[in-house]
Design a protein around this ligand. Sequence first.
Ligand SMILES: Nc1ncnc2c1ncn2[C@@H]1O[C@H](COP(=O)(O)OP(=O)(O)O)[C@@H](O)[C@H]1O
Ligand SMILES: [Mg+2]
Length: 238
Amino acid sequence: MNKTVLECNGIAAGYVKDLNILQGVDLVVKEKEIVSIIGPNGAGKSTLLKAIMGLINVSGGRFYINGIEKTNLATHKIVNEGIGYVPQVANVFPSLTIEENLEIGSWSLNKQQKENLKQIYEQFSLLKDRKKDKAGNLSGGQRQILALARALITKPTLLLLDEPSAGLSPVAINEVFSIINDINESGVSILLVEQNAKRALSFSDRGYVLDQGRNAYQGKGEDLLNDPRVIDLYLGKL
Ligand SMILES: Nc1ncnc2c1ncn2[C@@H]1O[C@H](COP(=O)(O)OP(=O)(O)O)[C@@H](O)[C@H]1O
Ligand SMILES: [Mg+2]
């Protein structure tokens, strides 16, 4: 049985005091897994990732990273625990070069992590070739690749991805999913929020459906894809 990397236990969190968006969410990610979170707009998917990253206050429940409680830790400490995060919006600086974007990801890092930057250039030749180009000149798909690369500089064991395929062309979506798959095969667990629910579930080991800040359904990706209740409520219209 693979070890549990992340466990969320009854997480309640929100943006305003006494107004919880998440109403007690449970979720587990194990070593090497790809886990997706789907659910309607406003369900709290992005909010859950922000709560895990310590970007908003958690008012109830607990987080465990590798079995040790890490509730309400500062964001940089969560990163040091091996969690990487690619937010849904503004995940690169368009006015900076690709190189500068990647170096920001490594500004506070040690020699080893600077070494990782070299590896990342080897892995993503596109970024190497266009080092000096502004991130704003990249296509949508290339920007997502840059954002993924930035998140890899700290060598995470778990990567949280918030809608990495949003707004991309079908070709770019395939490319981004293929890179996510490569990252996973290199040993990194993935927690993926996706609005493209069918695609996400068919790509994942397991999935969670969130609705109105609560767990609605969970199971193996393929079981959820074929679950009539999930199809009817969450997949049918896509
Ligand atoms: N920065 C914010 N401040 C206040 N409320 C927010 C903020 N971001 C999101 N919300 C609210 O939290 C709820 C869940 O949003 P979100 O987690 O972004 O949903 P999802 O990612 O599932 O579409 C929504 O009702 C949204 O309006
Ligand atoms: Mg969202």
